[in-house]
Design a protein around this ligand. Structure first.
Ligand code: M6R
Length: 612
């Protein structure tokens, strides 16, 4: 979704702003724009529908002067189509101020009617232009950009990050946020604002998260943060733990491929420092788990699949009731929340609006909240009572891969911590599980070695129109994830089912030649379950399905019934999903590549969904 960058400092705004937009491109967008105040104090803006390259071409054809202050934006269309006119920045005060926005201004129609009645004119169909025109009106009245900002944010309903510059106050950028992301980057004689740290990490790794309903003013040598009423606000500085190289594609053909190969590191880094003398140690959870008698995971997409695995593991290990819910459903069904309820949100970006709203809802109703998140300084951990960070590093491809395995790792650590607290597993049992978890990265490397074989399979299947995924127990969330990856990357109709559900309906979809991936549990884990899955395979094979089994190395029982076996190393039942998902990630990537599709930025999707 929209990406925002603001800069003040040296006369190199265009380079910083366009470079920043490049780094937040992964969020997904359909137009881009920039506004700069030149050294003589004149505001210039340029914007274009299409990718950043279109804007860059336009700037080459019709250059605007560089300056020391500016703002920039990539837009993901909500109100009004992706056109040049609807792109940001939008102008106010007769072209003397420029504003960019991420979010949705829900009361824009009412505000627009008010402004139209006063004779103001509009050049776009966007909700954002209403904020720009309103800001211009308030600037005229109050004579100060900060004061005008305060007046404007008081009138807006909905979610927004706003940044603005005014040519009469050329040395500052003013920003505000409510429910949408905004982070400050602290430089030497220059400062930055952005929707996420990726936009400025090549210039500085010192950052400050901006809280809910706060206004920030950056100047070359100062940063001021207040609440909407103008009272000084407490800020939380942090150091970004990764550098610009981590967010670069390096020599890889796609970010997604790079990120799949980082699956092992994502697991290993998430474990780092959290296992001590054979037991789990996570001071960040101190106090938040005491007396917990019920857990809800709330998340969306891939993160919800990680949560679904948490249901199996945590109920088994810690003997506490656990449910997983799509965040967007959770708060609309009046769930029973008590002080003993722990609502655990899972989010790579930390900005998914549905998840953020579920967390706020849970807090307001007296539940405790814990955020499992991959992004420092993001909104969801800031809105939660405690945070357990995954350390997957920046995930740029829209399809989540390494963040998923890091989320599962964090959830398992949480389960073991709960089991320790509740005395439901002995120290030896916890240690054995941790040993298994620590062995996962090495085993993932073995799975990654099978890439070529999976690629061949995917390339053969380039014309496939539908694929089914089956799993049981912890194999079921893997099936769901395999189907989601294929849908979003290869635009193929794909469904994941619990294998036991087949006979209750989905088996009607089986027709000769339809590819069905089956996640086969280890026969050494639950022999009964293994037998059941083999018989499910026979049922679909008998109806002509082409079976691709993901099975433990040496599982001979599956061989007579599967057309293809993608082997994974031996692992305990809860650890198989971390291995079994890797071939499915590779398969989706390769099938999309075989179809000539953009695997990093699939159509219609945004990396972080910051609107409801
Ligand atoms: O940033 P989040 O983890 O909160 O994002 C949640 C989903 O939007 C995300 O997992 C989405 O489903 C991915 N595109 C899946 O690959």
């Amino acid at each position: 979704m929209c990406g925002i960058v603001g800069y003040v400092g040296r006369e190199r705004s265009l380079e910083v702003l366009l470079g920043g937009l490049k780094r937040v491109e992964y969020r997904g967008y359909d137009s881009a724009g920039v506004a700069v105040i030149d050294p003589s104090g004149v505001l210039h803006a340029a914007k274009r529908a299409g990718k950043l390259g279109v804007l860059e071409d336009a700037l080459r054809a019709h250059p605007i002067p560089d300056g020391a202050t500016g703002i920039a934006h990539t837009r993901w269309a909500t109100h009004g189509g992706p056109t040049d006119g609807n792109a940001h920045p939008h102008l106010g005060d007769d072209g003397r101020l420029a504003l960019v926005h991420n979010g949705i201004i829900e009361n824009f129609t009412e505000l627009k009617t008010e402004l139209l009645a006063e004779g103001f004119e509009f050049a776009s169909e966007t909700d954002t232009e209403v904020a720009a025109v309103l800001l211009g009106r308030e600037y005229r009245r109050l004579g100060s950009l900060v004061e005008a900002f305060r007046a404007v944010v008081g009138r807006l309903e909905g979610a927004f990050t706003l940044l603005a510059v005014h040519q009469d106050e050329p040395g500052i950028v003013v920003g505000a946020r409510r429910n949408s992301p905004l982070v400050i980057g602290l430089g030497e004689g220059e400062n930055f604002l952005a929707s996420d740290v990726a936009a400025f990490v090549e210039h500085t790794r010192k950052a400050v998260a901006i809280g809910q309903d706060q206004i920030v003013v950056i100047a070359p040598d100062s940063v001021t943060v207040t609440d909407f009423a103008g009272n000084p606000a407490e800020v939380e500085p942090f150091d970004v733990t990764w550098d610009a190289a981590a967010a670069d594609k390096g020599g890889w053909s796609s970010f997604m491929l790079k990120e799949i190969t980082e699956d092992p590191t994502a697991v290993a880094d998430t474990l780092l420092g959290r296992v001590h003398e054979g037991d789990v140690r996570m001071p960040e959870l101190d106090g938040v788990l005491d007396g917990v008698d019920r857990i809800f995971f709330v998340a969306a997409g891939t993160a919800a699949h990680a949560g679904r695995l948490g249901v199996y593991a945590i109920e088994k290990w810690a003997r506490v009731p656990v449910d997983v819910e799509f965040a967007h459903e959770f708060r609309y069904r009046d769930p029973i929340l008590t002080p003993g309820t722990l609502v655990v949100s899972i989010s790579q970006s930390g900005e998914t609006m549905d998840t953020l709203m579920a967390v706020k809802y849970a807090r307001e109703r007296g539940a405790r909240t814990l955020s499992i998140c991959n992004t420092q300084g993001s909104s969801i951990p800031r809105e939660s009572d405690a945070a357990l960070y995954t350390h997957a590093g920046p995930e740029v491809a829209v399809a989540s891969t390494k963040a998923f395995v890091a989320q599962i790792t964090a959830i398992y650590l949480l389960g073991l911590e709960l089991a320790k607290l509740r005395g439901t597993l002995t120290a030896a049992e916890r240690q054995a599980l941790l040993v298994e978890l620590q062995a996962v990265p090495g085993k993932m490397l073995q799975v990654l070695e099978t890439h070529e074989r999976i690629a061949e399979l995917a390339h053969w299947m380039a014309d496939t129109r539908a694929v089914l995924f089956l799993g049981r127990h912890v194999g079921y969330p893997v099936a769901l994830e395999g189907a989601l990856k294929l849908k979003e990357l290869a635009y193929i109709h794909a469904e994941g089912f619990p294998a036991g559900e087949l006979k209750h309906g989905p088996i009607a979809l089986i027709e000769p030649g339809i590819p069905v991936f089956v996640v086969v549990p280890s026969p050494r884990g639950d022999a009964e379950l293994h037998k059941k899955v083999i018989s499910n395979i026979q049922e679909i094979r008998a109806r002509g399905a082409r079976v691709i089994a993901i099975a433990e190395l040496g599982d001979v029982a599956v061989l007579p019934f599967a057309d293809e076996v993608l082997p994974i190393p031996l692992a305990g039942p809860f650890f198989e999903p971390l291995l079994a998902v890797v071939p499915l990630q590779i398969f989706a990537l390769e099938l999309a590549s075989a179809k000539g599709l953009d695997v990093d930025q699939p159509r219609n999707l945004a990396k972080s969904v910051t609107v409801e």
